[in-house]
Design a protein around this ligand. Structure first.
Ligand SMILES: [Zn+2]
Length: 395
């Protein structure tokens, strides 16, 4: 076994398990007595969880300002929150929700003290100034199993429309201090959200597993995450009351955040960025609808141009894992991998790109804007025609 060079950047303190969210007030108390709570605009406030949380915070003597995030966060949303809150003596930022709430909370925590615009730091737009900090301590509590934002060092912000973008504010100092991953919080997640987010988590695991920056360390994590997703995703989609399935998907999503932050991603996430910027496509839906076609095209391109590339054997391993056929030879296991991903796409009724308004005439500008940081760690360099073919397959 060859051990390639790698860097493991620091991780949050991770507390994982049924009921761990009850520890949130006492953990927050370690950072101070005034919190910024950032949540989604959904049903949280009407759940028993919210009543328990607010009672617990009060019992710890903690007061808070509550900010809700109604959509995928934009730079303007982050700047406005920082402008209003920067003079408040906030000790800790607590993000509770899906990727949008967690990414907004992460970006705001990063800028509350420095007070400058997030546009100064976004990758690929503006001056890309180095982030010096300091960040306000951030506690991440995911309520969906998808982005893994609780374990990543970037916040994805987007501006939608014709001149839109979807870019990262990224720095190791943005990493959460604590990630509280409580699978019970998935119990009220609707099936369509479970499907899209679960496909995102699986895509993140697969792309980091075959990434050009993968290491033995991320490989072992990604492998366990993919196994958990294989055993949990369909079951959770069928029944969010299945506690074992909830734990498996919460684990898969958490691990996908760790592996993507350390190893990078690939062509699906390269395309998800311009798709999400130009069209109102939720991130999980974009990844879920593309992953089967992108995997097929990566495999075909590797076979044609780099037949000795180690990613081909890795794709075969994943095909054997998902199909539970450990003895399949390489070509058959590649077919099994693609078949499984296509079957999931059908089972979850993931909409085509056309459903969100993408037309064939849009392909050139999507392709032109797809070569961001994720595309750089795709196992091989795809040409424009191959990237276009991924989109064409799903319009
Ligand atoms: Zn993703």
């Amino acid at each position: 076994m060859h051990i390639a060079d790698f860097t493991l950047s620091r991780l949050p303190r991770i507390e994982f398990g049924s009921g761990v969210v009850a520890r949130l007030p006492s953990i927050a108390n370690q950072y101070g007595l005034y919190a910024l709570l950032v949540t989604g605009a959904g049903s949280l406030k009407h759940s028993p969880f919210w009543a328990n949380l607010t009672t617990g915070l009060k019992a710890q003597g903690i007061s808070w300002h509550h900010l809700t995030i109604a959509s995928e966060p934009s730079p303007e949303m982050v700047d406005e929150a920082v402008r209003i809150l920067r003079t408040e003596p906030i000790d800790v930022v607590i993000g509770i929700g899906g990727g949008s709430a967690l990414d907004a909370a992460k970006a705001i925590a990063g800028l509350l003290k420095p007070g400058n615009s997030v546009m100064d730091h976004l990758e690929g737009v503006g001056p890309e100034l180095a982030y010096a900090g300091p960040a306000t301590p951030f506690i991440a509590v995911p309520t969906t199993a998808g982005t893994g934002s609780e374990a990543t060092r970037n916040a994805v912000l987007s501006r939608q429309g014709a001149g839109g973008f979807k870019k990262s504010f990224r720095d190791e100092k943005l990493m959460a201090e604590v990630a509280l991953v409580d699978p019970d919080l998935l119990a009220t997640c609707p099936p369509a959200i479970i499907a899209a987010n679960g496909m995102d988590a699986f895509t993140q695991l697969l792309e980091s597993y075959v990434s050009s920056r993968a290491s033995p360390l991320t490989d072992s994590l990604a492998w366990g995450g993919m196994k958990a997703a294989r055993d949990g995703l369909l079951a959770l989609y069928a029944d969010a009351g299945d506690a074992e399935a909830r734990a498996r998907m919460a684990y898969a999503a958490l691990v996908s955040g760790i592996t993507l932050a350390q190893a990078g991603l690939g062509s699906v996430h390269g395309l998800a960025a311009p798709l999400g910027a130009f069209f109102p496509i939720p991130h999980g839906a974009a990844c879920g609808t593309l992953v089967a076609a992108a995997t097929r095209i990566n495999i075909e391109a590797l076979r044609a141009r780099e037949p000795a590339h180690p990613a081909l054997e890795k794709y075969a391993q994943v095909g054997r894992l998902l199909s539970r056929q450990g003895k399949l030879e390489r070509d058959a296991s590649h077919a099994a991998l693609i078949d499984t991903l296509e079957a999931w796409t059908r089972e979850f009724k993931l909409p085509s790109l056309a459903h969100y308004g993408v037309q064939h005439a849009d392909i050139p500008r999507i392709v032109a804007d797809s070569r961001g940081s994720s595309m750089k760690t795709n196992p091989l360099r795809l040409d424009d025609g191959e990237i276009a073919a991924i989109l064409t397959a799903r319009i």
